[in-house]
Design a protein around this ligand. Sequence first.
Ligand code: 3PG
Length: 306
Amino acid sequence: MKALIATEKPFAMAAVDGIKDIFSKAGIETVLLEKYTGVDELYKAVADVDALIVRSDKVTKEVIDAAKNLKVVVRAGAGFDNLDLAACTAKNIVAMNTPGQNSNAVAELALGMMVYMARNTFQAGTGTELKGKKLGIHAYGNVGKLVAKIAKGFSMEAYAFDPFVQATDIEKDGVKVVQSMEELYSTCEYISLHIPANDKTKKSINYDLLSKMPKGATLINTARKEVIDEDGIVKLMETRSDFKYATDVAPDCHIAMAQKFSARYFGTPKKMGAETAEANINAGLAAANQIVNFLTKGDKTFQVNK
Ligand code: 3PG
């Protein structure tokens, strides 16, 4: 059997070595396709493999159609909006993610971005401190929970909104629960986004919501660019000179934002939330183990297309 690691943005070498080792012990041959520049390379590489590991690489219907032997695809990471689940299901292919495996890296980056924005993107001038500030955690999943934990070390006051998590589970972490997005945004000087991109959340972070944030507000986005209404945030930044936006998922209007808003806007050149050796190893090895467990025992833990 064959498994393909298709990563336009490659894993750390230690992660690739670890994946190869897991596959080799299970009698699976590893095929590696890194830094590919066109989908044709992916169509060709996927043609005869039984399993596929990707990161944010798009697994479209065309990829699925090209993969004649594919039985399982694992997104080594949390968000699976890059997988065409309907296409997988139609071909009886199991799709999985590896929840929690890269969360700490993303959470550390979110706090790092808060410090960076509070200190004027490390340019000369008087900044502010995170201590005592109200932080709104928008969605309390694996990343949100770790953001709360690290924020406590900065003596921030954490609030969360997540209708899918029991209030008592949030409160036991010392985080205050609010009942609506509107309440979260009107209460907190900092908002850290941890919602997935789906039909319900796309463009949901809009002008009306953001304009509720108090004076001196900062939005941190380590989630997905699609959840932001770009016209709305541009309008807000134009009308509120106190508002700051830092993102690890650059908007389509990134260049214009960077030119227009200078020190109040920051976007990473390439998504780097999960770009740590530790996160690569955790997510990559988890993906490989899930593939082996599925192919040898039919274990479908973390299946996302059911
Ligand atoms: C995730 O959903 O796990 C993160 O966005 C990480 O994505 P990446 O593997 O492309 O860095």
